[in-house]
Design a protein around this ligand. Structure first.
Ligand code: COA
Length: 261
């Protein structure tokens, strides 16, 4: 991994907090930021010490205020496709990340920033958060998966309205829409993010991973095939030490000690 200029990683036990830190541009995603996000997730993926990841933005004003418009302004058709594919690949790797990823959104999550949050498995926001896909106002469309993931998350009608108007919604509206699962005070954002993520990471890591796999596979395949896949994963989990431990701990009225095996 090259030296990271725009990404900071801090640890709190088994949780890695990944902060996009380009505050003078409201953490906007230029090509280097996108590449660094990809690099950091690749390095965290196979690290057994990591049970979950929080993604956030540095500073008070923004989570991520979008793709870097000064870069986008220079693109032609060929480089535009490359920019979109590069971002999609990195965000898809986040969506497919084998451990839970939570976006802690304080401030603006616009364009690529909103798409970054959408690629995460969980999202919470502070009261100052603002979400939106303003791309059509710039003569483009969301290119990092936003036209696909937003509709899946909040439904077609609302996704079309947000995408075509480019309107921003505040945190409370985002909560009503199901775009985030909680709104908390700004100073509590990181603590609440960790509390929610720990509710996940205390569970069997292999089970959590397979639940995510089954949920996302279910979105992309016909029901019969998706159900087959769910059963196969259910069967596979029955061979894990974690399943034995989880059930034994329940019967013994104690907390399970999962090893991720
Ligand atoms: N790309 C590049 N630079 C960006 C950016 C982006 N997406 N968003 C903000 N910035 C830069 C601004 O150009 C400014 O840089 P400067 O100080 O060198 O001029 C700096 O970040 C601060 O932003 P500013 O616009 O002065 O802050 P604000 O509080 O007045 O407005 C926003 C905040 C988020 C409403 C406004 O910055 C904005 O509309 N940004 C673009 C959002 C967008 O369209 N994103 C989707 C891109 S596809």
């Amino acid at each position: 991994m090259s030296d990271l200029k725009y990404i900071r990683v801090e640890w709190d036990g088994e949780i890695a907090v990944v902060t996009v830190d380009r505050q003078d541009k409201l953490n906007a995603l230029n090509a280097d930021v996108v590449r660094e996000i990809g690099e950091i997730f690749a390095s965290l993926r196979d690290d057994d010490a990591v049970r979950g990841v929080i993604v956030t933005g540095a500073g008070e004003k923004a989570f991520v205020a979008g793709a870097d418009i000064s870069e986008l302004a220079r693109m032609d058709s060929v480089s535009a496709v490359r920019i979109s594919r590069d971002g999609q690949r990195v965000f898809r790797d986040i969506e497919r990340f084998p451990k839970p990823v939570l976006a802690a959104v304080g401030g603006y999550a616009l364009g690529g920033g909103c798409e970054l949050a959408l690629a995460c498995h969980l999202r919470i926001a502070s009261g100052s958060a603002r979400f939106g896909l303003p791309e059509v106002g710039l003569g483009i469309i969301p290119g990092y998966g936003g036209t696909i993931r937003l509709a899946r998350l909040i439904g077609l009608g609302r996704a079309i309205e947000l995408t075509l108007t480019g309107d921003m919604v505040d945190a409370e509206r985002a909560l009503e829409m199901g775009l985030v699962s909680a709104v908390v005070e700004r100073e509590r954002l990181m603590d609440e993010a960790k509390t929610l993520l720990r509710k996940v990471t205390k569970n069997g890591p292999v089970a959590v991973r397979m639940a995510l796999e089954s949920i996302y596979r279910g979105l992309d395949t016909a029901t019969a095939e998706a159900l087959d896949f769910e059963s196969a994963l259910f069967g596979l989990l029955a061979s894990t030490d974690d399943m034995k431990e989880g059930m034994k701990a329940f019967l013994e009225k104690r907390r399970p000690d999962f090893k991720g095996r």
